[in-house]
Design a protein around this ligand. Structure first.
Ligand SMILES: Nc1nc2c(ncn2[C@@H]2O[C@H](COP(=O)(O)OP(=O)(O)OP(=O)(O)O)[C@@H](O)[C@H]2O)c(=O)[nH]1
Length: 393
């Protein structure tokens, strides 16, 4: 994790460097022009113009690099980012050497005011570089060393008294600038790194929250939704059905004579049987919006949004028959003609634009289920076809 944060920090630093391209690419020709006008009276004009063209070319090179970086940014492999940093450093070093070359070639060492001006130019350019390259200390060095070291040595040797003063100024101010930038740069990188760490932590927390939410909604044995979530969703779906003018069906089913199954095969086998049934229900109720929950011990509930009475009844019959056809042995089932696992099913439907609470709807499905049990089990009963007083609670 630490390594990936370090890499992300590095990538952001490189991004920042390239973001400064326009300013740096403009600042260099302007500084070069300033130097050109200053030195024009005492230097060879042709060489000076050629040098200025070279500085312009370097700016063009920097801009080309920037456009290449921009177009390839998304495709750049994480490992390859550093090469882009080296490219930036390379152009900066070339710019630094270009200035050194000019200071050494064009400045007459016998004119103290010109010798002193080298120091001023270097300090000015280093200060600009601090802002432009400050995101990366190495990039800053890649410019300051080539511009300052050769020029300082040259004027210290050949510049006489003014050369000493000027070189001392360069050393002193470069030292100050570099030490100031180092502190700011470290704080800057730390803040980028902390930012990434934060984002990483937030992402991790979101994943854990999502996992916890999933766990709190699920039944531990079957993996289906639990009753709490089912109750929540039933209320939501009733509201949605009302708003959409659509019907909503509810199925509650219960495994027949499951106590006998447990007594005969043991609790572990009973658990496996419930898992098996849950899987089977999930395989059948696959429509988008269908919600299956384990409603109680051996009781399951299914919400079928947008399904009318006929559709719900047919689906419930399909469930009941398919469980019977699975022929899960149940030697002690009281349904002696089958001796396999069966289910009883209660169905109810809320027609479009009817208002009914979730409790009332569950109550209806429960009544239908009770009737299915009462009439001998292994069957489907539809609440609305029972001869009972229709509640509207
Ligand atoms: N193995 C297992 N058994 C469970 C689980 N939850 C409930 N049961 C059992 O399911 C049985 C339900 O028994 P009853 O409510 O009498 O219902 P039944 O025997 O299925 O009879 P009818 O519903 O009337 O057909 C009980 O023996 C419970 O112990 C569970 O998670 N695992």
């Amino acid at each position: 994790m630490k390594e990936s944060i370090a890499r992300l920090t590095q990538i952001e630093v490189i991004d920042l460097l390239y973001k400064q391209t326009w300013r740096v690419a403009i600042a260099h020709p302007v500084s070069a022009l300033l130097f050109l006008f200053w030195i024009l009276p005492v230097a060879n004009h042709t060489s000076l113009y050629q040098w200025f063209c070279a500085v312009l070319l370097l700016s063009i090179l920097r801009l080309s690099l920037f456009f290449m970086y921009k177009t390839q940014r998304k495709k750049i492999d994480k490992q390859q980012f550093q090469y882009w940093k080296y490219a930036w450093m390379g152009v900066s070093a070339l710019a630094g050497f270009a200035y050194s070359f000019a200071f050494i070639s064009f400045v007459p060492m016998d004119k103290p005011e010109y010798v002193m001006s080298i120091g001023l130019f270097i300090i000015m350019l280093s200060s600009i570089a601090c802002v432009g390259f400050g995101a990366s200390y190495l990039s800053l060095l890649s410019f300051i060393i080539p511009i300052a070291v050769p020029s300082t040595i040259h004027i210290a040797i050949y510049g006489g008294y003014a050369g000493y003063i000027s070189s001392l100024c360069i050393v002193f101010f470069s030292g100050i600038v570099l030490s100031l930038v180092r502190t700011v740069n470290a704080a800057f990188k730390k803040s980028i790194s902390l930012n990434h760490q934060h984002s990483h932590e937030i992402e991790k927390r979101k994943i854990v929250e999502h996992q916890l939410q999933e766990i709190s909604r699920r039944d531990g044995l079957t993996g289906l939704f639990n009753r709490r979530y089912f109750d929540e969703m039933l209320t939501t779906e009733i509201g949605r059905a009302y708003r959409n003018h659509s019907s909503l069906s509810l199925i509650i089913l219960d495994v027949d004579h499951f106590k006998e199954y447990n007594d005969h095969y043991g609790h572990v086998a009973g658990d496996n049987c419930l898992i098996n049934i849950a899987q089977h229900l999930s395989d059948l109720a696959k429509r988008k919006g269908d919600l299956i929950a384990r409603y109680g011990g051996e009781e399951f509930a299914i919400i079928l949004p947008n399904i009318d009475a006929k559709g719900a009844f047919n689906f419930a019959e399909k469930l009941q028959l398919s469980i019977q056809e699975k022929r899960i042995p149940h030697a002690t089932s009281k349904l002696t003609y089958l001796q396999s696992i069966t289910i009883s099913v209660g169905v109810t439907t809320l027609p479009p634009l009817s208002k009914l609470s979730s409790d009332a709807l569950i109550n209806r499905a429960d009544k239908a289920l009770y009737e299915a049990k009462r009439q001998g089990r292994n069957r489907v009963k539809y609440y609305e076809s029972l001869n009972v007083d229709q509640d509207t609670a």
